[in-house]
Design a protein around this ligand. Structure first.
Ligand SMILES: [Zn+2]
Length: 114
């Protein structure tokens, strides 16, 4: 399950940021995940809860995951559209060569701490 590796990555980022800013306790972490990452929020939260036990500063912090939908751009007619149900076909011209503009992100957008 790849959520464990992702949880570890998020943990590393949060720990480094928290240390750099000299915070006492991390309360909440906001993560943006593109739909193409195929992340199951409940699994990621579960894994993060497990990984976070390594640090009393992060343990118990709430992980909030915002899923970003897939956005594509047609390489033929430059039409931009939301990709529904992983259907990578331009709704305007039915071209199948699509650039992915959004959907592969995985980033920590905000950390709330005291
Ligand atoms: Zn098109």
């Amino acid at each position: 399950m790849h959520e464990m590796g992702l949880a570890q990555n998020i943990y590393d980022i949060v720990l480094k940021t928290a240390e750099q800013n000299g915070v006492g306790k991390v309360l909440r972490i906001n993560v943006r995940a593109g739909q193409l990452r195929g992340i199951v929020p409940e699994q990621l939260q579960f894994c993060f809860g497990f990984v976070a036990k390594e640090s009393t500063m992060i343990e118990g912090a709430e992980l909030v995951i915002e899923t970003l939908p897939i956005k594509g751009k047609c390489k033929s007619c430059s039409h931009e559209f939301m990709v529904e149900e992983y259907r990578f076909v331009c709704p305007e011209c039915e071209h199948e060569d699509i650039d992915v503009l959004q959907g592969m992100e995985l980033l920590v957008s905000n950390i709330e701490a005291v």
